[in-house]
Write a protein that binds this ligand. Structure first.
Ligand code: GUN
Length: 298
């Protein structure tokens, strides 16, 4: 059999970002509204600093106003909550992202709860989780939204497809399952306590791997021709002693069986930031009470 088509997340993300940029320009011209995104980073976690820098750059490139706030690693919960409340009240800010993880002394759930749901561009607030689950207009978490875009790019209509979501986190697994249900898939959620993961995986026409375990999904877990979306980003040390990034799927084996598959890096990763910009545009339009402009370049 031919090898799987490699799904180019970087190319799709570039198209989405360019489209956001054109629609932001239209929103400014028609309504005088410049979308604003605030990112709050607490502490000095190196991976978080890399993400925050990348987000800031992409934000500016799309014509969105970028606000960056930093608090020291020793900041108290009260300091973080005060900052979130100030951003809630700032009319220039339409989207708020508090970079996770937070230091141990700060309760993440309390911080997410304090974000105005209308500005919750991460889609982590319980109001947005509930709206997504009940089919109402929600802010949708960026990573699963990006996965859905890649699936639609690859397969078109998803109606009736058998989908397996491996992983049940609030950030990826659960919202992913909701989005697939909304797209009329038959959805199974599997996790570390699932009795026979491999057997469940083999039944899936769409397989989303979001477990955070390097190369856990083997080639013989995949149904021939299935579409595989790999959300994992794991840094491992290879046999040569060099560090490299791998997904949750054993890519070399999987691509011999799958019909289409996302690589790591260059698959889901670039889509997350693109969807953050899309969510910021959506949030700004909703807050201004106007429709999201149609893309003249689409
Ligand atoms: N840390 C790693 N990924 C994310 C994300 O998508 N959103 C936030 N807020 N923090 C993260």
């Amino acid at each position: 059999m031919a090898e799987a088509r490699i799904i180019d997340g970087k190319a799709v993300a570039e198209r989405v970002r360019a489209s956001v940029g054109r629609r932001v320009a239209l929103l400014k011209a028609a309504h005088g509204v410049t979308p604003g995104l605030a990112v709050l980073l607490v502490g000095t976690d190196p991976a978080s600093q890399v993400y925050v820098r990348a987000k800031g750059k992409a934000t500016v490139e799309a014509g969105i106003a970028s606000f960056e706030d930093r608090l020291p690693a020793g900041a108290s919960a009260a300091d973080v909550l005060a900052k979130v409340r100030a951003l809630n009240a700032d009319a220039r800010v339409h989207g708020i992202l508090v970079q996770l993880p937070l230091p141990d002394q700060v309760d993440e759930a309390a911080v997410i709860d304090a974000i105005d749901p209308a500005k919750d561009v991460d889609g982590f607030h319980v109001i947005n989780a509930g709206r997504l689950a009940t089919g109402q207009a929600a802010m949708v978490p960026c990573t699963p939204l990006g996965c859905l875009m890649l699936l639609k790019e690859t397969l078109g209509d998803l109606t009736g497809k058998r989908a397996l979501v491996l992983g049940r986190s609030n950030i990826v697994g659960k919202p992913m399952a909701q989005l697939l249900l909304g797209a009329h898939c038959t959805v199974t959620i599997a996790h570390s306590r699932t009795r026979d993961l491999a057997a469940e995986a083999r039944r899936a026409e769409i397989l989303i791997a979001a477990v955070g375990k390097p190369e856990m999904v083997k080639g013989d877990w995949i149904a021939p021709g299935a579409t595989v979306i790999d959300v994992g980003i794991n840094r491992i040390t290879g046999a040569d002693g060099k560090s490299r990034l791998v997904g949750d799927v054993a890519f070399q084996e999987a691509k011999r069986v799958a019909g289409a598959i996302t690589p790591v890096p260059g698959g889901v990763g670039p889509m997350t930031i693109a969807c953050l910009l899309e969510n910021t545009l959506t949030a700004a339009c909703r807050q201004a009470g106007v429709a999201v402009p149609a893309d003249p370049g689409a």
